[in-house]
Design a protein around this ligand. Structure first.
Ligand code: ADP
Ligand code: MG
Length: 253
């Protein structure tokens, strides 16, 4: 059992691709009920860090723990089981399927071994359970009125929220979001931020990679800054905004 409220702990995580050190001994953590933003110029190592956390990549060094369980070389499915769900940088919905179908199928693939073949083995009772859970999460994110619409007919902002509903089906403690605000209009960003605050206040933690500084500084409880694979700063949005190393990294990029 964890003795503290640390959900995710990253200690000197390292990832080397040949001669490139994409993540260079990076340490930070995410506490329960906290929104943490991971920011930094292009190539800083943000996506690689996400991939190390979710088991998509194995580490070259250091440790990553979820609720005290070491996961740095665990397969993605095991990380999901510990309560970590993610969305991807680009929308991955099937446009000519409904919102409900997208959420249900995505949730099933995440909850199973990830193989399409396991769909075939889904019996009627399981299917009903899955659809009910998907519908519950769609309501939770405020898209109940769109449940039977084709995903492709929704605005980009709504599609992002559908992806979040899909991630919520595994009942995560920590949600990882890769650039959730990219391309969204102002109102859509506000709606997304409100949803993420609602999830946090309900007990969830969020770790997001995001380029939109207005969105990040308004939403995050804490900000971690990477530059060339190294953590150069960490703190509250107000402290980060005025940090000279951060300003230099962004202006020099
Ligand atoms: P960010 O998401 O912050 O833009 P990335 O994590 O994608 O940065 O990349 C960090 C560095 O690692 C970059 O120099 C990138 O070119 C390199 N890199 C990322 N993935 C790979 C890979 N699969 N093979 C080789 N180099 C990679
Ligand atoms: Mg990236």
């Amino acid at each position: 059992q964890p003795s503290s409220a640390v959900l995710l702990q990253i200690e000197k995580a390292r990832k080397q691709f040949g001669g490139v050190i994409a993540v260079n001994d990076v340490s930070f953590d995410v506490q329960a009920r906290e929104i943490v933003a991971l920011i930094g110029p292009n190539g800083a190592g943000k996506s690689t860090t996400f991939n190390l956390i979710t088991g998509v990549l194995t580490t070259t060094g250091g440790t990553i723990s979820v609720l005290g369980h070491k996961v740095d070389n665990a397969p993605p499915q095991e990380v999901v089981k510990l309560g970590v769900a993610r969305t991807f940088q680009h929308v991955k919905l099937v446009p000519d399927m409904t919102v409900l179908e997208n959420v249900a199928i995505g949730a099933h693939l995440r909850g199973s071994a990830g193989a399409i073949s396991s769909m075939v083995r889904l019996d009627r009772a399981d299917e009903a359970k899955l659809l009910a859970e998907a519908a519950r999460q769609i309501e939770r994110v405020g898209l109940g009125d769109q449940i039977d619409q084709l995903a492709g007919s929704l605005s980009l902002g709504q599609q992002r929220i559908v992806e979040i509903a899909r991630a919520l089906c595994v009942d995560p403690l920590l949600l990882l979001l890769d650039e959730p605000a990219a391309g969204l209009r102002h109102m859509e960003k506000q709606r997304l931020a409100a949803l993420l605050r609602q999830l946090r206040d309900g007990g969830m933690s969020v770790l997001l990679v995001e380029h939109d500084m207005g969105f990040v500084m308004d939403l995050a409880d804490r900000v971690v800054v990477l530059d060339f694979g190294t953590k150069i700063a960490e703190g509250t949005p107000d402290a980060i905004k005025t940090n000279p190393d951060v300003i230099k990294a962004y202006l020099g990029a």
